[in-house]
Ligand binder design. Structure first.
Ligand code: OXD
Ligand code: MN
Length: 656
């Protein structure tokens, strides 16, 4: 009988031996699986799926370079087919990466290594010759908080040190993917090389992936190079073969000059599904700057009013602030209909008539699970129980999933296993699901997916919303006075920290444009770019700020949120129609008395408190913004933005 190779595993300090699943190759004398790559040739490497000869030359040479570096045992060229997906699922089942969820159709549960559960912002770098291309120079001794820079030389060293032989014993998957509908003039292509079948299966949901995209590369389309490895720790010991990773050396690098992304050590979400944050936002924003468009952390929704008039709105909120809930909202106001184009990213460009048009570059939803329920987001619940990969949620004894928020949706007799695989009970003082646990589900399954969500021309955007979690001082909604003021509002955004990244606690963080972790270049230049859009159209979208999260003195939310947010969208749409329903305030325009439709909820809403503008709060807010701009953006802050701040300060001092 052919022996499977041995892998040493360290569990709770004890050395145990584990046999690699059949996926892994033969071992050399020193215990490392054999590889045979010579020069720039790929020789002796088993191609387990697809034909190397069919690869476009540019892809071939990208693959060859990285085979030489990473030394995988096998190559798999992804075609995106169902049969291929089944193969991947079998491999993941065998490796213990996923388990089936028999309560649903074609759904799977993955549990990550507990050290690999979120985006690692501190280990994410943009690599440019000059540091100032990537981040503004901080002032007054402040530590820069608008991204991390690395020189291209250091990037090379990091890559050599980490990637050398990192795929030994594994298969390298070659994943061609399109961000945006295939063939849309607004779409872009990437090729991800990865050693994680979980990443491939997730990319198949989150992007348009497979042979059709490779064909476009063959036809001459450029592609963004995306190299990913879950990594192999430097001592060669993979602690948990069901979720290999190398958290100690995790690093995510972007080189805009070459349209290149390199990610090592993490298999999780935005760290590894490179089409999402790395491509669609970081590299995307640098391409957008060059080409004159916008790559933004925004949902896109279509909303039809009771008269049948439809408009599209894009909205930027930081991670875990309810973008998915708003994008799939069930309006409480009669006669309104919301349809979803996207829940996380928008690529937007002015067309030749000066109309801003947006596509959702993604093909799926990678949504935060906790808090999603029949009452908060019934549409998401109708979307996610087919063809979905859940990660780090809890599981139930009847073959389903569970997370905080689903209390009313499971029987009292089912037993729950938490995201780490331990028995869990409601009495336990720890969450059953990881706060950043996710569902990864195809967008086309959403029952309210917009009929134009794949329109190659994009959908016309009439309004842009900025917002965040602001427990104090910030009213439910206000409208920017003009485009420049709107850009200033985006630049001044702040929000409570999120579990989507590695931050702790509920501190209020600056998160300009909800892009702080995702800027691909110097934020000061990004502001210039946004300001320059003013010249592209005489029909600019109106800009608003919303805050669903204001609390009263007892810590209770002042606004019911969810479907009731349709009342705010109703006011916004009527403003777009030019209705005289707004009053000037020092911070912008807010609804005139009796102009926000509160029919049926008047009793429960304290409008005065919801829209109050406490002078001390706003004086402090202006101080904070000023400090932030001075320290973080310094000389790169456009004059127009500091003028906006001065005007705001003057207006605020007039508050009684
Ligand atoms: C996300 C995020 O995953 O913003 O969308 O963290
Ligand atoms: Mn996001």
């Amino acid at each position: 009988m052919k022996m499977k190779p041995l892998l040493v595993i360290l569990t709770k300090g004890n050395l145990i031996f584990h046999r690699f699943p059949t996926e892994f190759g033969a071992l050399t004398k020193n215990g490392r699986p054999k590889v045979s790559v010579f020069g720039k040739q790929i020789r002796g490497i088993g191609v387990v799926h697809g034909d190397l000869q069919d690869l476009p030359e540019k892809v071939k040479s990208y693959v060859e370079d990285n085979v030489k570096l990473c030394k995988p045992d096998k190559l798999h060229i992804c075609d995106g087919s169902d049969a291929e997906n089944q193969k991947l699922i079998n491999i993941m089942l065998e490796q213990g990466t996923i388990k089936p969820l028999p309560k649903y159709e074609n759904c799977w549960l993955a549990r990550t290594n507990p050290a690999d559960t979120a985006r690692v912002e501190s280990k994410t770098f943009i690599c440019t010759e000059k540091k100032s291309e990537t981040i503004p120079t901080p002032k007054n001794g402040a530590v820069g908080a608008l991204g991390n820079w690395m020189s291209p030389n250091d990037m090379d060293l990091v890559v050599k040190e980490r990637f050398n032989s990192c795929m030994t014993g594994r298969t390298m998957y070659i994943v061609p993917f399109s961000m945006g509908p295939i063939g849309s003039p607004l779409s872009k292509i990437g090729i991800e090389l990865t050693d994680s079948p979980y990443v491939v299966a997730s990319m198949r949901i989150m992007t348009r992936m497979g042979s059709k995209v490779m064909k476009q590369v063959k036809d001459g389309q450029a592609f963004v190079k995306c190299l990913h490895s879950v990594g192999t720790p430097s001592n060669g010991i993979v602690e948990d073969p069901s979720w290999p990773c190398d958290p100690q050396r995790t690093i995510i690098l972007h080189k805009p000059e070459n349209n290149e992304i390199v990610s090592y050590g993490s298999g999780y979400g935005g760290n590894s599904l490179l089409g999402k944050k790395c491509f669609a936002l970081r590299i995307g924003s640098t391409i957008a700057k060059k080409e004159g468009w916008l790559a933004e952390h925004m949902l896109i929704l279509g909303i039809t009013n009771p008269k049948g008039k439809k408009r599209y709105i894009a909205a930027a909120f930081p991670s875990a602030c309810g973008k998915t809930n708003l994008a799939m909202m069930t309006p409480s106001l009669p006669g309104y209909k919301v349809e979803c184009v996207g829940d996380d990213i928008a690529w937007m460009r002015f067309d030749k008539n000066g109309q801003l048009r947006a596509i959702n570059p993604e093909n799926g939803f990678f949504g935060v699970a906790p808090g999603t329920s029949r009452s908060s987001n019934p549409i998401a619940m109708d979307t996610i129980f087919r063809n979905t990969i859940f990660t780090n949620v809890a599981s139930t004894s009847d073959g389903g999933v569970y997370w905080e928020g689903m209390e009313k949706e499971i029987g009292s007799d089912v037993a729950i296993t938490d995201w780490r695989g331990n028995p869990w009970s409601r009495q336990k003082n720890i969450p059953a699901a990881h706060p950043n646990s996710r569902f990864c589900t195809p967008a086309e399954q959403c029952p309210i997916i917009d009929p134009a969500w794949e329109d190659p021309e994009g959908v016309p955007i009439s309004a842009i919303l900025f917002g965040g979690r602001r427990p104090a001082g910030v009213p439910l909604v206000y409208e920017a006075r003009d485009w420049k003021h709107g850009v200033f509002i985006g630049a001044s955004m702040r929000s409570e920290a999120t579990a989507a990244a590695e931050h702790k606690g509920k501190v209020i963080m600056h998160d300009p444009f909800a892009m702080r972790p995702f800027f691909g270049y110097n934020f000061g230049n990004y502001l210039d770019h946004w300001l320059s859009m003013e010249n592209k159209s005489s029909n600019l979208p109106k800009i608003f700020h919303v805050n669903w999260f204001r609390k009263d003195a007892n810590g209770k939310f002042l606004w019911p949120g969810f479907g009731e947010n349709s009342r705010v969208l109703d006011w916004i749409l009527r403003r777009l129609d030019g209705e005289n329903i707004a009053d000037e305030t020092p911070i912008g325009l807010i609804p005139k008395k009796n102009c926000l439709n509160l029919k049926g909820i008047e009793e429960n809403v304290n409008l005065d408190e919801l829209f109050s503008l406490p002078r001390d709060f706003w004086l402090q807010e202006v101080k904070e913004i000023e400090k932030y701009f001075n320290e973080q953006v310094g000389d790169d802050l456009p004059k127009e933005i500091s003028n906006q701040l001065d005007s705001l300060r003057k207006r605020i001092t007039k508050i009684n």
